[in-house]
Write a protein that binds this ligand. Structure first.
Ligand code: SF4
Ligand code: SF4
Length: 240
C-alpha cells in the first residue's frame, strides 16, 4: 500500500479530488478500439478526477455566449493545463521508482470522427471504482455527478485496484431530454456497445459548430455543456 498512498498524497497535493487505480487487463480488447495493441504493455492505470467549479458549471445553464466561452476556457485551458502538468509529475515519480508510466493528455482528441482520445479516461475511472459512466456519456461520481474532469496515467506498477460501481442513472432521463442536439440516446453504459451507440458525437459537434458560426467564434472546440449542468448528481443542495 506504500506506493498507492504515495500516489494519492501526491495527487491530492497537486489539486485532484480523487485518485484510484484500475486493472486494465480484462479490458485491453475494448481499449484497442482507441489506441491499438499499444495498450497491452500497460496492465494498470492511475485515474485522477478533478472537481469543477460550481459557479462556472451553474452559469452555463442559461446558455449565454460569454458564460459558455468562459466554461470552455476554464475546462480546456485552466483545468486541463493543471491536470496535464500534474500527470507529467506523477508519471515521473513512477518512472523514478522503476515503473513504466505514460501520462495521457486530458481531453485531447486523436480520433476526430469519434471525438475520442488515445485512452478513454472515463472507462479507466470506472474501472478504478471512482464512479460510473452516465447516460450522458460522461463520467459521474456520486458526490460530483459529471462536474468533473479526468486524467489517466498508464503504468505497469503493481497497484491495489478499485471495484466497479453500479450506475446511479436508473430511470433518470434529464440529460437526454435537455440535450438541444438530440445527441444523447438515453441508454446505460455497456462495454458490449461503443460510445457512439449511446451518444452521437457528430450531432453534439454540429450543434456547437452552427452556434459558433452564429456567434462569430473561431475556437477549435466548444461544448454547450448542458449535459453537465442539468444532471442532479453534483448540484449543490440549494441549487437542486
Ligand atoms: S454538450 Fe450539449 S449538445 Fe453536446 S451532448 Fe451535451 S447537452 Fe447535448
Ligand atoms: S441527468 Fe440523469 S440520466 Fe443523465 S447522467 Fe445525470 S443521472 Fe444520469
Amino acid at each position: 500500500m506504500k506506493l498507492e498512498m504515495a500516489l494519492k498524497d501526491m495527487a491530492f497535493a497537486l489539486g485532484w479530488d480523487y485518485c484510484g487505480f484500475a486493472d486494465l487487463t480484462a479490458h485491453h480488447s475494448y481499449m484497442e478500439w482507441f489506441c491499438g495493441d499499444f495498450i497491452r504493455q500497460f496492465p494498470m492505470a492511475v485515474s485522477l478526477v478533478y472537481r469543477l467549479s460550481d459557479a462556472v458549471v451553474d452559469a452555463i445553464e442559461r446558455q449565454e455566449k460569454d458564460k459558455i466561452l468562459s466554461f470552455h476556457n476554464y475546462n480546456y485551458y485552466a483545468v486541463d493545463y493543471l491536470q496535464n502538468t500534474g500527470a507529467v509529475k506523477i508519471a515521473r515519480m513512477l518512472e523514478r521508482n522503476g515503473w513504466m508510466a505514460y501520462p495521457v493528455a486530458a481531453s485531447f482528441s486523436v480520433h476526430n470522427d469519434r471525438l475520442a482520445g488515445l485512452v478513454s479516461h472515463k472507462l479507466v475511472a470506472r474501472l478504478a471504482g471512482l464512479g460510473w459512466i452516465g447516460k450522458n456519456g460522461l463520467f459521474l461520481t456520486p458526490e460530483d455527478g459529471p462536474r468533473v474532469r479526468l486524467s489517466t496515467i498508464l503504468t505497469d506498477a503493481s497497484l491495489k485496484t478499485g471495484k466497479v460501481m453500479e450506475s446511479g442513472c436508473r430511470a433518470c432521463q434529464i440529460c437526454t431530454l435537455a440535450c438541444p442536439a438530440g445527441a444523447i440516446k438515453g441508454d446505460e453504459f455497456s462495454e458490449s456497445k461503443t460510445d457512439t451507440d449511446r451518444f452521437d458525437p457528430k450531432r453534439c459537434y454540429d450543434f456547437m459548430e452552427k452556434r459558433k458560426k452564429v456567434w462569430g467564434i473561431e475556437i477549435e472546440r466548444c461544448v454547450c455543456g448542458l449535459c453537465v449542468a442539468v444532471c442532479p448528481y453534483g448540484k449543490r443542495k440549494n441549487n437542486v
